[in-house]
Design a binder for this molecule. Sequence first.
Ligand code: BGC
Length: 763
Amino acid sequence: MLAVAASLACAPLLAPSYAAAADNPAADKQAFIADLIGKMTLDEKIGQLRLISIGPEMPQPQLIKEIAAGRVGGTFNSVTRADNRPLQEAAANQSRLKIPIFFAYDVVHGHRTVFPISLALASSWDMGVVEKAARISAVEAAADGLDATFAPMVDISRDPRWGRTSEGFGEDPYLVSQCARASVKGFQGSSPANADSVMAFVKHFALYGAVEGGRDYNTVDMSMQRMYQDYLPPYRAALDAGAGGVMIALNSINGQPATSNKWLLRDLLRKEWGFRGVTVSDHGAIDELLRHGVAGNGREAAKLAIEAGVDMSMADSRYLEQLPTLVKSGTVPVKLIDDAVREVLGAKYDMGLFADPFRRIGTKADDPLDVDAESRLHRADAREAARKSMVLLENRNQTLPLEKSGTVAVIGPLADAKIDIMGSWSAAGKARQSVTLLQGMRDAVAGKGEVVYARGANVTDDERVVGYLNFLNWDNPEVVQDKRSPGEMIDEAVRVARKADAIVVAVGETRGMSHEASSRTSLSLPGSQLALLKALKTTGKPLVVVLMNGRPLTVNWEKDNADAMLETWYTGTEGGHAIADVLFGDENPSGKLPLSFPRSIGQIPTYYNQLRIGRPFTPGKAPNYTSQYFEEDSGPLYPFGYGLSYTTFSVSDIRLSAPKLARNGKIMASVTVKNTGERSGETVVQLYVQDVTASVVRPVKELKDFRKVMLAPGESRVIDFPVSEDTLKFYNARLEYVAEPGDFNVQIGLDSASVREARFTLE
Ligand code: BGC
């Protein structure tokens, strides 16, 4: 074996006619790849399985050597054409087989232009918005020489303590699946081979959002029913939409880490779902098999991972170090390596890299002079997406929209926070290019009114938390504290607020608080922010609370005392303008919550589609001996699907086209929605279904369809929802996807809690 490898390594350079091969259809792809694999040494094959990050541990000169030696399949974290070009040159010109590498990055909600975080995009319930954000992200990323993104992140999260809730699309399998599909379509366009597309690596497969206690990286223990019914559909939706890659989760599932989980990666992903694409471990995850305690050493870890079906190892050296001996000793069949290499090369083929390794890197002459140039941003699109992504939670006495004339006090630790408004995973976005709320408000009232400002509080007063959040950025800390005491800052804010006609106060979390490894034990506003709100309330001025956060917060006092409250999440580069658009009524808010807001941390989980139980709490009835907490009200603070508008809507009773649904048939559930207010506005009409009696316990309700509609004042529209056998299917005890005969309640409303209901029978 060794002798063969050595002799091949000394063979004259092969010059495969990659360009001719790569524009051919799928059949040729397999032949092309088989032929190429036939020419590769074992070391070259193992090199293809290595995905490494450029950084202090692997500086560019060293990386170039590794690539030229055929020891790298792809890299991530280098994000300009100028940085990527020499790396690709090393692969395509210097390596023996001239196999191109690919360049990946975490382009989650924007690249140069930062769009609202995924949770916010989901709040738009507008799949056009989700798709467009991904499309523009892809265009910008591809223009920087990137071929792939580690996105979309489609982990269902029902525990807001988990900091990565912000990265996903919420708690509901149907809504998250829709977002997953739209996102993949946006990233990949009509093909991941297009020069302005990037390949989507859906993550984190699987169930990462269900980590115990919301503690990041923790274990997941879950029934197969729950997996199939609730947690797996979004990954499947992304793959059905054509996602070319899968990133494997860091957690274990029922006792087996995802990274060594044969059932997950081979039986489910490959055999049951028929996935033909590449899988990558998450950062260092093969190595972590030792700490999970399923591998005793690096050799075992590499063996477990390759056997399980992990094609590429991200940022660890176990494959490189261990696979050669594992194969040569006959412990790991070379077929397993070939299978993994086939997927890596297949992905590169699909990215169009064999046709032209410089497809996205282009020529030096075309490089942008300034990668951060304003002209490279898509500000109008980002503003539009942000306008659609905010959720109006309260609006007493029509406090909003505000008048542009007069004086408005803009207060709060997040009012002028250029970094935080971008949200976490802001890719190549530059904080200096983001528009804060303060700036947005000033721009909006320019020439008409006045804005006065005070910071009012730090987001946190806990130095330990500040240290935690600045952990990786000591040279350039993200969280910079105002050194004044909370009392001094609040006093100043109150003085400033007294001069104004209305107060807009931006409170919430720093972006690092809603991030990887940022699990929380409390969901209230940190630090002295609530004290600030209470002090501002004493001024008697209209108090508009603008929330900036990446997870639901327990905003009970705020709900009862704010005159208006707007959930903005993290709105991105154009956030400040977009929020001002909403506050002043240039945009009528139309977002709806993609997850439930609990009243307290003790209520978690509060997801709306819970399974039915024998002793449910019933509003209006005595709570004793029912399933609830006796110290506080039951039910969420704000339900899934909730969100107000500056206008009002009515929903009629449901009309069913027939009382019975035949197998293979269809009935229509219709309502008339009317704009009963004075302004044009959009709302989201939501269809839920409840299976009245089934062979297993079913949820109280499940979202099955929705429509976002724009209505002029006084306008009504009939919304028809088709209901078929497919709408009613679920996984039974044997994991068969079936619809069982019997009665179903169909519910239609403008949030999950207030609905009209009608019943029909499936025959
Ligand atoms: C995260 C992934 C991310 C990867 C590469 C990991 O820590 O869990 O979501 O794609 O880093 O940046």
